[in-house]
Design a protein around this ligand. Structure first.
Ligand code: FEO
Length: 333
């Protein structure tokens, strides 16, 4: 990075470094960069200043900017817009009207490794999926703040959005803005997701019958077994699924640890506007189902039908009933 900067300018001649966001994936190299750019002033938001001081405990030359402040750097006047909680309280974006480039830091990012640089060099489907995964796992709890940020950016004339993660948007700008609008308002697609784990196969039998019932009623179902899917990929599906079914057997008087981990993670991301359903199996006790219900209720999900909790191994009649419940659930989405 230093060598690339040196290709353009002697680092000693750099007047300003803009710190749009304190989180260390963006600020972690500042101490080293300042060894080269010894004369640079750091531009940051009010909360950015506090955050940088707490992180680096150094006497840096900091200049605080607020929304609508401008910074002249020659032929360019850089504008700043604070976008608190997208992703941290200090987050802000920088906009260059001269270039019509928006530098939104975390917003519109993707966690993708690619040799490509621009959105039109990769398939839109891949990029949309990666942007959704990023949003779901990083930004989902802050829908209201994202809506406000989008309003704040709505008047800007933008040719390019260059986030600090992933590829640069230049051909799909309206599409990614539309996706953000949809995600920030917790709009769902009419589809179902079944997240489950199984110990001896009974909960999986129930999961597969629920899938059959839902598909019979004409709704697509995505199956996510916790043994073979990473929780960040499951959360991507949670983002836009209207109907979400969660299943675990009871082990040692509680749900399986994989389900405990997943629900802890999902609860923190606070997905909204969902219809839920809980299922499981047990030998004795059977506490897992009630514990899962409790978490879904805390998230204010609708739970229109009574959960399924079957003893040991489900028989044919029970499985036929499970399939019917799957069909029935579709009425609530
Ligand atoms: Fe909130 Fe990319 O850090």
């Amino acid at each position: 990075m230093i060598s690339r900067i040196k290709d353009v300018i002697d680092p000693k001649k750099i007047d300003y470094i803009i710190s749009n966001h304190v989180e260390m994936d963006h600020s972690g190299s500042l101490p080293k960069i300042l060894n080269y750019a010894q004369n640079a002033k750091i531009i940051t938001s009010t909360r950015g200043e506090k955050g940088l001081i707490r992180h680096y405990k150094d006497n840096w030359d900091l200049k605080v900017v607020k929304s609508n402040d401008k910074l002249n750097i020659g032929k360019r006047n850089l504008n700043f817009v604070e976008i608190p909680m997208v992703h941290w309280p200090d987050s802000m974006v920088t906009y260059s009207p001269y270039d019509k480039i928006l530098l939104p830091n975390d917003a519109f990012g993707q966690h993708i490794a690619s040799s490509k640089r621009f959105d039109d060099e990769l398939d839109w489907g891949i990029l949309k999926e990666e942007a959704a995964k990023y949003y779901a796992n990083i930004v989902m709890p802050f829908g209201g703040q994202v809506e406000k940020a989008l309003e704040g950016l709505s008047g800007l004339d933008i040719d390019m959005i260059a986030p600090s993660h992933g590829l640069i948007w230049r051909s799909h700008i309206s599409e990614i803005l539309n996706e953000y609008k949809k995600w920030s308002t917790y709009e769902n697609d009419k589809k179902a997701l079944i997240v489950y784990d199984s110990m001896w196969g009974s909960t999986e039998k129930i999961a597969l019958k629920l899938q059959e019932g839902i598909e019979k009623a004409g709704i697509n179902v995505t199956m996510k077994n916790l043994k073979t899917n990473h929780i960040s990929d499951i959360i991507t599906e949670v983002l836009t699924s209207r109907l979400i079914l969660i299943g675990s057997p009871t082990l040692n008087n509680t749900m399986l640890p994989t389900m405990g981990g997943f629900l802890t993670y999902m609860k923190g991301l606070r997905p909204k506007n969902k219809v839920g359903f809980v299922f499981g199996s047990f030998g004795w006790g059977g506490q897992a189902v009630g514990e899962i219900e409790k978490i879904l209720k805390e998230l204010s999900w609708e739970l229109p039908l009574k959960s399924i909790n079957l003893n040991y191994i489900p028989d044919d009649d029970e499985l036929a009933n499970v399939e019917q419940i799957g069909e029935e659930l579709v009425k609530y989405i």
